[in-house]
Ligand binder design. Structure first.
Ligand code: DGJ
Length: 542
């Protein structure tokens, strides 16, 4: 008897031991069908995030009141700045105590961290450079604007600036590796913050002027030729207008003007960032990204932060190297869909590291995940809420958390649709399988109290197809009707509509919906201010 069971026992023992002690692999980005997933602790991960206000994480004491708010709002990740001036207050002397404490507290709260490297640039300026850098202008030169005036901005053309920033970033990555390579609390790093040039389109100090007279680097020229057909159209147009030249200096290849100043500057910002990123990844290869302050329509570069990782410059940024995994938009502007469309048009993954923390964020978080199959969302100054328990974002994050296994297993396969509705954009049609869904804002139902109100909150939903006739529909503020795409003679009936929850990926029914809740079988409805998941099964009748 004993000898018969011994091998089974030993195998089980080994498996259990392996699972207990196996190291979790590093967070990484993995392509899945049409999208890219972030893998954390060996599973696909959707960032239900929030970014801290700039000075909130400068002491650990100040974080005490913050963690409970993050938990209440169902965050699984917080984006936290790492300030160069605080980790290297004296040249060559590093202090990571604050970040060690932050990692420990994040672990205690079961929250992951994305570190934001506030190195040479923070919103165009160099405010977070240490005093020993700021005070030594001979060694660490500043940019000059077009009038020759110095700005409080480090120059990306200086080898000394690059080396000092790179050295500090390497030390940061080494610290994360040493302190966190078992628990894997830190899952991504943003390199610099909203790089961009103000108040002129490019740097005009000597090193920059010399570079401007030189030929366009071969990396950029090669990238343009290899990707000529897939370049973003507005950038290809500039190159085309100048005769698709394959060599020459910046003005010869792209023409004279502020647009060329911006392209030139973007290349050197990207080159600098890529060098830092590559150096950091050599030590500890976490996914790394950059963020952009979006440009305002009708303004010239230099009136907005010129040359950042903006949609019209994405080819320039990509040409400089492969260290940066993706470019991402910060939203303090309207036109969410417009900008997200631009960032995803070359098939890149969408991650929104900052969005002003307003009443629209709950709907936009779901739309980022549903429509763009994005990696995550993160309102800025997330701790500023006084009533975290009332935040619609928290309720939406709770919903996405429940749905995460279902979403991530269907991502990239064409089985997910996302919709977002407003008063001026109150109806949209999406197709899944043999069904066409007409999705309207909940307030289009004339009997809802909100129908006659001046402003409507955004509505949003995600629709996931799980079988030929079965769908999970979740969100807030939507009403949905369906028809068959092909068989027009066949009517659609609601065979079953249940409202429920996923607990540990198991569906549990809370209410069987019928009667008024489906308008006696005519539609699917999740009211405004409700945050619900419904399982729906359709059938056809003649
Ligand atoms: C965008 C920046 O990235 C943030 O750090 C912050 O400065 C916000 N703007 C505005 O408050």
């Amino acid at each position: 008897m004993k000898s018969r069971f011994l091998p089974i026992f030993l195998t089980l023992f080994c498996v259990i031991n392996f699972q207990l002690f196996a190291q979790k692999s590093l967070p990484k980005l993995v392509k899945k069908g049409t999208t890219t997933q972030l893998i954390v602790d060996d599973k696909p991960f959707i960032v239900l995030g929030g970014e801290l206000g700039n000075s909130t994480a400068t002491t650990i004491e100040n974080m005490k009141s913050v963690w409970p708010k993050l938990k209440t709002m169902n965050l699984n990740t917080v984006l936290v700045p790492v300030y160069w001036e605080l980790i290297e207050p004296i040249e060559g002397k590093f202090d990571f105590k604050l970040y060690q404490d932050l990692i420990i507290e994040a672990r205690q709260n079961d929250i992951k961290l994305v570190f934001l490297w506030f190195g040479s640039w923070k919103n165009s300026m160099s405010s977070h450079a240490p005093a020993w850098v700021k005070l030594n202008q001979d060694q660490y030169p500043r940019v000059k604007d077009q009038t020759g005036r110095s700005q409080e901005i480090l120059s990306s053309f200086s080898e000394n600036v690059l080396e000092a920033d790179k050295n500090a970033f390497e030390k940061l990555m080494q610290f994360i590796k040493d302190f966190d390579n078992k628990a894997r609390t830190v899952i991504m790093v943003q390199v610099e913050n909203e790089i961009g040039m103000l108040p002129s389109a490019r740097d005009h100090q000597n090193l920059a002027n010399e570079a401007f007279k030189k030929p366009v680097p071969t990396e950029l020229m090669r990238y343009l030729q290899q990707n000529r057909d897939s370049l973003v159209p507005e950038f290809r147009e500039i190159w085309k207008k100048n005769g698709y030249k394959t060599s020459g200096n910046w003005e010869e290849v792209f023409g004279k003007g502020l647009h060329t100043d911006e392209i030139f500057m973007a290349y050197y910002y990207a080159d600098f960032t890529d060098k830092i990123t590559e150096a950091g990844k050599k030590i500890y290869p976490l996914p790394m990204f950059v963020n952009a302050a979006l440009n305002k329509a009708g303004r010239e570069p230099g009136n907005y932060p010129s040359a950042g990782p903006l949609p019209h410059l994405m080819d320039v940024w990509k040409s400089a190297g492969k260290g940066v995994d993706f470019l991402s938009p910060d939203f303090y502007n309207p036109d969410f869909k417009h900008w997200c469309d631009l960032y995803t048009r070359q098939g890149d993954v969408l991650f929104v590291p900052e969005h002003v923390f307003d009443q629209s964020v709950a709907a936009k978080a779901l739309y980022t995940i549903g429509h763009y199959e994005g990696m995550g969302f993160s309102p800025f100054s997330i701790e500023s809420t006084q009533k975290p328990e009332d935040e619609p974002l928290g309720k939406m994050y709770g919903l996405i958390k429940e749905l995460s296994p279902l979403i991530t297993s269907n991502q990239g396969t064409g089985k997910i649709k996302g919709i977002m509705l407003s008063k001026s954009d109150a109806e949209t049609i999406v197709r899944l399988g043999k069904y066409e869904f007409t999705c309207k804002h909940d307030y289009t139902l004339s009997w809802t109290p909100g129908a006659r109100t001046e402003t409507w909150p955004l509505g949003s939903a995600i629709i996931i197809q799980t079988a030929e006739n079965e769908f999970y529909i979740a969100g807030s503020g939507v009403v949905i009707t369906t028809k068959f795409i092909e068989n027009k003679d066949l009517n659609i009936g609601l065979l079953k509509v249940d409202e429920g929850n996923f607990t540990n990926n198991q569906w549990a029914v809370k209410r069987h919906l019928n009667g008024d809740q489906t308008h006696q079988g005519r539609h699917i409805n999740i009211g405004t201010n409700q945050f619900g998941i419904q399982r729906v099964e359709f059938y056809g009748y003649r």
